[in-house]
Design a protein around this ligand. Structure first.
Ligand code: F6P
Length: 361
């Protein structure tokens, strides 16, 4: 592609540490090929409003370790979710035409959207309209199929592990049950791996519904062994049988049709407290947005750097409707259709086996 001149970049959806490392790598790799980079602010909103601006080495200097995204983010969605014959379809709004016009007006040869399944879903639908798209998976939830890891997941795990280390000491001192609610939406990757790394006693994930009696039994077994404190890690999307498998939500629905999750930790605490049989006092910590903040771990910086370099190279090689994926130690182009169809990525059964093998519930 000798005439490849200009690449656009944007960051959408929930942020996470590591995005800036990817932006830096994109600009550096593009610069080496004399490819100009145009940045759009706040996710799809930036290109919708036609606000592209040159993005240069000076802009990405010193951002490798900085969390968040210097481009800003949003959950703007140029498609509308509707139900047709019982099936979900994404209808294009007028915004899709505007994006197509702005893509052409900026002279883009490709666009690199960095984000989770929502952001990448928009990229997939725009590629069907002839816009070259090479996405980069970024979400602390790690729920995108076709890649072992998404940018941000390891950094969120580091936060959860650090929190569990700290909470252990106070749980132990007070002989308490501590419930830690973590993010992940419908996916239990953060809960399972964070719980494993941080030594939780009970891990509750959305993929397997649970009953309060089951949790109580786990705690009682620990009490019987003389363990007077327990750490329960619960994913925000966990599904209690007592609620018929429904999730605890906050009611707010975003532009992609997701209801805001949260509150399951307090719900579980109330249920356990109501069962007076256990003379334990559950306390709740909701880690919430702390999991999306802070500096990126070395793993995330390396992953983001590799993804950034690969995205530019894949685009220049003529790929479209793909995202960068890490499979084993390789970075490969993954068709967005398969990545999205397989999402949310199921939990690794081997990790579930390991958790059970060491007695975790
Ligand atoms: O997808 C990342 C994530 O942090 C989820 O874990 C969480 O459910 C959601 O975003 C929260 O979204 P918002 O930033 O809109 O509150």
């Amino acid at each position: 592609m000798g005439d490849f001149m200009r690449i656009g970049v944007l960051t959408g959806g929930g942020d996470s540490p590591g995005i800036n490392a990817a932006l830096r790598a994109i600009v550096r790799r593009a610069e080496a090929e004399n490819v100009e980079v145009i940045a759009f602010r706040d996710g799809w909103r930036g290109i919708l409003e036609g606000e592209g601006a040159p993005f240069t080495l000076a802009d990405v200097s010193g951002i490798l370790h900085v969390g968040g995204t210097i481009l800003g983010t949003s959950r703007t969605n140029p498609f509308r979710k509707t139900l047709r014959d019982g099936e979900t379809v994404w209808e294009a709004t007028e915004g899709v035409n505007t994006i197509t016009e702005n893509y052409a007006r900026h002279g883009l040869d490709a666009l690199v959207p960095i984000g989770g399944d929502d952001t990448l879903g928009v990229a997939h639908r725009l590629s069907a309209r002839g816009l070259r798209m090479v996405g980069i998976p970024q979400t602390i939830d790690n729920d995108i199929a076709g890649t072992d890891y998404a940018i941000g997941f390891h950094s969120a795990l580091a936060t959860v592990t650090d929190a569990l280390d700290k909470l252990h000491t106070t749980a132990h001192a007070h002989h308490r049950v501590l419930i830690i609610e973590v993010m992940g939406r419908d996916s239990g990757w953060i809960a399972l791996l964070g719980g494993l790394a941080g030594g939780a006693d009970v891990i509750l994930v959305p993929e397997h519904s649970f009953s309060v009696s089951y949790v109580e039994d786990c705690l009682r077994r620990r009490l019987d062994r003389g363990r007077r404190f327990s750490i329960i890690v619960i994913a925000e999307g966990a599904k209690p049988e007592e609620l018929g498998g429904a999730q605890v939500t906050q009611g707010e629905i975003d532009a992609f049709g997701h209801v805001q999750l949260g509150g399951i930790g307090y719900w579980l605490a109330r249920q356990l407290q109501a069962r007076k049989a256990l003379q334990l006092t559950p306390r709740v910590t909701v880690l919430a947005y702390l999991q999306r903040g802070g500096v990126a771990t070395p793993f995330d910086r390396l992953l983001a750097t590799r993804f950034g370099v690969a995205a530019v190279e894949f685009a220049m090689d003529g790929h479209t409707d793909v995202m960068t994926g890490m499979q084993g130690t390789q970075i490969v182009p993954v068709p967005l259709a398969s990545a999205l169809a397989g999402s949310p990525k199921p939990l690794d059964p081997e990790l579930i086996r390991v958790a059970r093998a060491i007695g975790l519930a």
